[in-house]
Design a protein around this ligand. Structure first.
Ligand SMILES: [Fe+2]
Length: 360
């Protein structure tokens, strides 16, 4: 047995208002005046001074607003890298991603693809990346995905939805400023928060569980319960705690795996473009058989906050479309092995998955 030797985020700042330190933090990383920092910012912040008035742009630095309406694609990463290469004569000093999971993942992928040949789709998988990425910084503005702490960047490519998992993927620097999550719409807050909750359940109920993952998973779950089920927290405390829950949930799955909800949610994402957080909710509604306590707790949270979950999204799909989703879900073997055990192929049949998708 050989244990994995995981890299972690090398530096992290936590605190309300810590975003103000971004300029001081990145300044020493500027290679020269013609090697820009590229700021990838969620376009919901266009014209919003919370972010735009505080960006430490200098020299040839470039601000790129990116839509997070759709999940990140390998072709999108390739286009962004090409634009950066065309627009700047020097390789950038760094990539700063400011937004939710989509922007985090794009920042990580662009930083990798600036130093590695070929297309992003060539690197979907585990440990294919050869060269270290350029310096990259993550500033989450919504909490739950764990993308700020993870060793992957999940991309939809022409053939699959799969992460670039590598030692070069984690951020060199993360800035956790809970104040930045203030404007998140309630439904989005819930869907993304539930991504964290599902990470906890899938990690804690998985066969890969170990003391490392358990310690992070239990803490994140405790925070999620306080945030989503109890009424004891102020808005500020709730924002602070959800940011730390996201971090711990991400750490929990680093040394284990996610499970059934994620495998099936990737199928919905690939075929129907359903975004990850809401996709996890749609799937989790129907997973009592695998996670009875987790699903009960999830439903209590959903009811308490009166959140709408779409239904019937698979009702008009044909057999070939179900097959595509089932293929995507089944291809994620480590997730099933974690969720069910080594004999998962005997238990998780195509018919079983089709019956579950038909309920959604
Ligand atoms: Fe997730």
């Amino acid at each position: 047995m050989s244990y994995k030797n995981y890299p972690m985020v090398s530096r992290v700042v936590f605190g309300r208002g810590s975003f103000n330190q971004l300029g001081d933090i990145i300044a020493p990383k500027r290679v020269n005046t013609t090697a820009p920092f590229i700021f990838l910012v969620d376009d919901v912040f266009k014209g919003n001074p919370l972010i735009t008035s505080r960006l430490p742009l200098a020299y040839n630095d470039q601000l790129v607003f990116v839509s997070a309406k759709e999940e990140p694609k390998t072709s999108q990463v390739d286009d962004m890298v090409e634009q950066i290469i065309l627009n700047h004569k020097d390789r950038p000093s760094g990539i700063i991603g400011i937004g939710g999971g989509t922007i985090m993942d794009l920042a990580k992928a662009v930083a990798i693809m600036l130093t590695n040949e070929g297309e992003a789709q060539d690197y979907q998988g585990w440990d294919i990346v050869k060269n270290a990425a350029i310096y990259h910084v993550g500033v989450p503005t919504i909490s739950g995905t764990g993308a700020e702490v993870s060793r992957t960047t999940i991309l939809t490519g022409p053939e699959r939805k799969l992460g670039i998992n590598s030692d070069f993927t984690p951020f060199d620097q993360v800035i956790l400023d809970p104040e930045l999550t203030v404007g998140v719409p309630k439904e989005q807050w819930f869907y993304t928060g539930m991504d964290c909750f599902v990470h906890c359940i899938e990690s804690l109920k998985g066969t890969y569980l170990n003391a490392f993952s358990q310690s992070y998973g239990e803490k994140a779950l405790e925070l999620c319960q306080e945030i989503f089920l109890e009424d004891t927290l102020s808005d500020e405390d709730s924002q602070d705690q959800l940011m730390m829950a996201s971090w711990h949930g991400g750490m929990s799955i680093a040394y284990s795996q996610v499970g059934v909800a994620h495998a099936m949610s990737y199928g919905l994402g690939y075929l129907l473009g359903i975004k990850h957080g809401i996709g996890n909710c749609i799937v989790f509604e129907h997973l009592e058989e695998y996670y009875p306590e987790g699903v009960a707790m999830y439903k209590a949270m959903r009811k308490k906050h009166n959140i709408f979950i779409p239904q019937g999204i698979c009702s008009n799909l044909g057999d070939d479309e179900f097959d595509i989703m089932i293929d995507v879900a089944l291809s994620l073997e480590p997730l099933w092995e974690n969720a069910i055990g080594e004999n998962w192929k005997q238990i998780i049949t195509r018919d079983k998955l089709k019956a579950l998708y038909q309920k959604m």
